[in-house]
Design a protein around this ligand. Structure first.
Ligand SMILES: Cc1ncc(COP(=O)(O)O)c(C=O)c1O
Length: 395
């Protein structure tokens, strides 16, 4: 089956954050664009410029045809059967119907869980560089963040197990937020890596919230392993997955939160019922029921985008050591050999290249000198952005 990932879709005036909300990148700053606003290339917020697949739009249309958008909660096993068939197919992972809860996005789940599980005096451990809302979740509950820095060894980001174990043993640490696959580095953690990190959490009795939102988006030959599948007897691992990144439906704000511990389930149920948006439920069911071929094609297209990006960077910025990440559609690029000292890359590339991207200051800790490019866009757009970035650096 053919899908068109090359098509350029005009997103302006749809209230999308990527194209219509970009000024939030520069709150309070005056910036001077090098081109008319319509020619800016948004490669920042992590949604796709590809069309949301037709089988999802059709599922929403079919649900609209039923005319009433009242209170909705899965009433039979259709959604469970569909999503569990997906996790079985992709991860060989089985879970129970009673594990399944919903949230309006994973950031809401992280905030809710942090508030449920921690408060002032507690610490929450996570690895850095980290996705900004991890710190936001810690702040919402008044706990203290504890960072364990990933280390870059021969171009590969790895856990510093000694550091992680020492910090996990701090009696004030109650919760660990794990990002798997990891945003922004794009690591897809291997079995041994997950076993090592997970065992440290188990040994210290920590609750783990494993944010696996990027799990379906992998390079060829990669395999995602749900952390929880490696620790069948440890109940305190909560898994967050969603169709949002995978199928470009983040605006539907529909995520799965899988909770095995009965005590944690009842605490979650007290603050968040099972009511969902009817269009989101229809979209998510359609996605998991019909999405496999599209996903395979989309992954292949992304592999091509990464190869094209690497070719541009090798030709024009030869001092970079850019490695294609194992997962996500995000390229995490160490630009330190080329960035002017003291430049804020977000502003620098907006003003010099007309490219909107994310960089150091937008992540938590351990991210200076790096930029993050969203490659889920038509190849022609990606190549133009990469060329403009190199030209802005004078190369
Ligand atoms: C690791 C991670 N978690 C959560 C989110 C956002 O989740 P949601 O849109 O479901 O709140 C993102 C988006 O980039 C992410 O990278």
């Amino acid at each position: 089956m053919q899908f068109d990932f090359d098509m350029r879709i005009d997103r302006k005036h749809t209230d999308c954050i990527a194209a219509d909300g970009w000024k939030s990148l520069f709150a309070g700053q005056e910036i001077t664009l090098p081109c008319p606003e319509e020619q800016l290339i948004p490669m920042w917020i992590a949604d796709m410029s590809f069309a949301t697949p037709a089988f999802i739009l059709d599922a929403i249309r079919r649900r609209l045809d039923r005319q009433i958008l009242g209170y909705t909660r899965p009433a039979d096993s259709t959604y469970f059967d569909t999503f569990s068939a997906w996790t079985d197919l992709l991860y060989g992972w089985h879970w129970e119907p009673e594990d399944l809860f919903f949230s309006n996005g994973i950031v809401s789940a992280l905030n809710e869980l942090a508030r449920l599980l921690c408060g002032p005096g507690d610490k929450i451990l996570f690895q850095t560089p980290a996705y900004g809302p991890f710190l936001g979740a810690v702040k919402t509950c008044g706990a203290e963040p504890l960072f364990s820095r990933l280390v870059l060894q021969d171009g590969v980001w790895r856990t510093d197990l000694e550091d992680f174990a020492r910090k996990a043993a701090d009696p004030a640490v109650k919760l660990c937020l794990l990002c798997s696959p990891h945003n922004p580095t794009g690591r897809v953690w291997k079995r041994e890596e997950l076993l090592a990190v997970g065992q440290i959490c188990v040994d210290n009795g920590l609750i783990v919230v494993s944010d696996e939102i990027h799990c379906d988006i992998l390079r060829a030959g990669m395999q995602h392993i749900p952390l929880v599948s490696l620790f069948p007897d440890y109940k305190k691992i909560i898994t967050c997955m969603a169709p949002s990144k995978t199928f470009n439906m983040a605006g539907m704000q529909f995520s799965n939160v899988l909770i095995r511990d009965p005590e944690l389930r009842s605490r979650w149920s007290k603050v968040r019922g099972q009511v969902v948006n009817p269009l989101s439920l229809a979209a998510a069911t359609g996605a998991y029921a019909h999405g496999y071929d599209w996903l395979v094609a989309m992954r292949r297209y992304l592999d091509g985008n990464y190869a094209a990006l690497q070719a541009v960077l090798r030709a024009r910025l030869p001092e970079l050591t850019f490695r294609i990440p194992e997962g996500t559609y995000l390229a995490w690029i160490d630009l330190r050999p080329y960035l002017p000292p003291d430049a804020d890359p977000v502003r620098f590339f907006a003003e010099r290249a007309g490219v909107l991207l994310e960089a150091g200051r937008m992540f938590v800790d351990n991210a200076d000198g790096f930029i993050r490019l969203n490659l889920a866009c038509p190849r022609s757009v990606m190549t133009e952005a990469a060329e403009r970035i190199c030209s802005a650096l004078g190369h």
